[in-house]
Write a protein that binds this ligand. Structure first.
Ligand code: NAD
Length: 417
């Protein structure tokens, strides 16, 4: 059986929500189908003269509530389908977390690990020039996602300003930039911290003492490593983690700072001396209270969902759980904090970066972190309350709330062009 993709998962959840909300088919179609899908080939020439041919994708799923917002995924397997599913998820996420954006996403089909820093910059600049007509503060504002980071966002900003022959861009074309280039303090940490803020709220509801809790993570990049450091700060023990290189386990608790240093120095988790090596799939069965998937999509499947022992799954990754696995997790009474809520901290702080740049002001780290904490907690409570009232899962409540906001936006704008 072919593995289920992110678009299929996103479509499944949308169709279920449309039924629950009793949306008429015309309206459902209007919400479901993307505004625009662009596939573009780029041909960067590397410093050694090697010519590449790379497929890139930009999807603007919705602009009902504002310009499309969503990260750039760089991976050898990224496809138009995956980008479309992720863009749709962004529409629900921005609506739910309450920022004036729609949903978008882009993809660059190459393995970032196969490029050195110079080569990556050449590819990023080539993507930017190829997609320039689709990136703007009024249309689509990219940010980092898997395989891209703030350095890449700095190159995008520079490339756009350079092409226009100006020193700074007119408005915010990209978020997640280095702070020195108009980025906002705390953006890099925002998604991982937001994940932990919702996990803390869930522990509170379930009567779990965070200081007594054990945590396992899949993925130790931006989201995973920040979430690990943050949850450790709140007193939890991180007992297992994996990245693409391998995994590590220590029932007494890993030293997360030392693990982060090891990853920075060696390029991956493998052979970390503070724990025993484990296989990638072992992470699902670890006896933890909280499991944070923070790698790719469709990782928790019917094949491994039964082995999960955690009481809480905090979806740091986008669409990490397939619909079949979701049913198993519900039957096992595992409390799942859905991605569109759990990992929305990144886009929330991106919105702060957007307003900061537009208004030419500077926010402090305390302001950013307090606003992030408040918004994540507030939205968690809203979703939790609806889930309790309607006796539904957190995912169903979050989806119902998000799509109702998009419907409200369409209604307020009016149906005619
Ligand atoms: P990243 O590229 O910084 O890190 C990805 C991590 O996943 C790496 O450690 C990689 O080695 C690991 N990984 C990949 N395949 C794996 C596997 N099979 N098993 C174990 N580990 C594996 O990416 P990121 O920005 O941290 O994004 C991670 C997830 O969070 C993605 O699903 C992304 O869409 C989602 N997300 C990111 C942000 C953000 O602000 N960066 C915001 C919202 C959601």
């Amino acid at each position: 059986m072919a593995p289920i993709g992110i678009l299929e998962t996103a479509t499944y959840h949308f169709e279920q929500t449309a039924k629950r909300l009793n949306l008429k088919s015309g309206l459902a179609d209007r919400i479901y189908w993307p505004k625009e899908k662009i596939e573009c080939s780029i041909n960067p020439i590397l410093s050694n003269g090697k010519e590449l041919n790379i497929k890139t994708f930009v999807v603007r799923h919705s602009d009902t509530l504002g310009p499309a917002k969503g990260g750039i995924r760089m991976s050898s397997s990224v496809s138009m389908e995956e980008v479309s599913g992720l863009a749709m998820e962004m529409t629900w996420k921005t609506a739910l977390i309450g920022v004036p954006f729609g949903g978008g996403k882009s993809g660059i089909c190459i393995d970032p690990a196969a490029l050195n820093q110079d080569e990556k910059e050449i590819v990023i600049r080539s993507f930017t020039r190829g997609s320039m007509r689709h990136i703007s503060p009024e249309l689509y504002i990219p940010a980092p996602d898997m395989g891209t980071n703030e350095t890449d966002m700095g190159h995008i900003r520079d490339c756009i300003a350079y092409s226009e022959g100006i020193a700074i861009t007119k408005g915010c074309f990209v978020t997640g930039k280095p702070v020195i280039l108009g980025g906002i303090v705390g953006r890099r940490e925002a998604t991982g911290k937001g994940v932990v803020f919702t996990a803390l709220a869930a522990c509170d509801k379930l009567g779990i003492d965070i200081k007594e809790s054990r945590v396992a993570l899949q993925g130790f990049g931006n989201v995973g490593s920040v979430a690990a450091l943050e949850i450790e700060k709140h007193g939890a023990k991180v007992i297992g983690a994996t990245d693409i290189s391998g995994g590590t386990y220590n029932p007494e608790g890993l030293d997360v700072r030392a693990l982060t240093d090891h990853v920075r120095e060696t390029g991956g988790i493998k052979k970390f001396s503070g724990g025993q090596d484990i296989q990638l799939d072992d992470i699902f069965g670890i006896d933890a209270d909280i499991f944070i998937p923070a790698a790719g999509g469709s990782q928790i499947t019917e094949g491994n969902a039964n082995s999960i022992k955690a009481r809480i799954i905090a979806e740091g990754a986008n669409a990490p759980v397939t619909p079949a696995a979701d049913r198993i997790l519900n039957e096992k009474n595992i409390f799942v904090i859905p991605d569109i809520l759990c990992n929305a901290g990144g886009v929330f702080v991106s919105y702060l970066e957007y307003t900061q740049e537009t208004q030419r002001e500077q926010m402090t780290i305390a302001e950013v972190e307090n606003r992030l904490f408040d918004r994540m907690q507030e939205r968690f409570q809203d979703v939790y309350q609806l889930a309790q009232e309607k006796n539904m899962t957190m995912r169903h409540a979050a989806m119902d709330m998000a799509i109702s906001k998009v419907v409200e936006g369409i209604t307020c704008r009016g149906y005619r062009p």
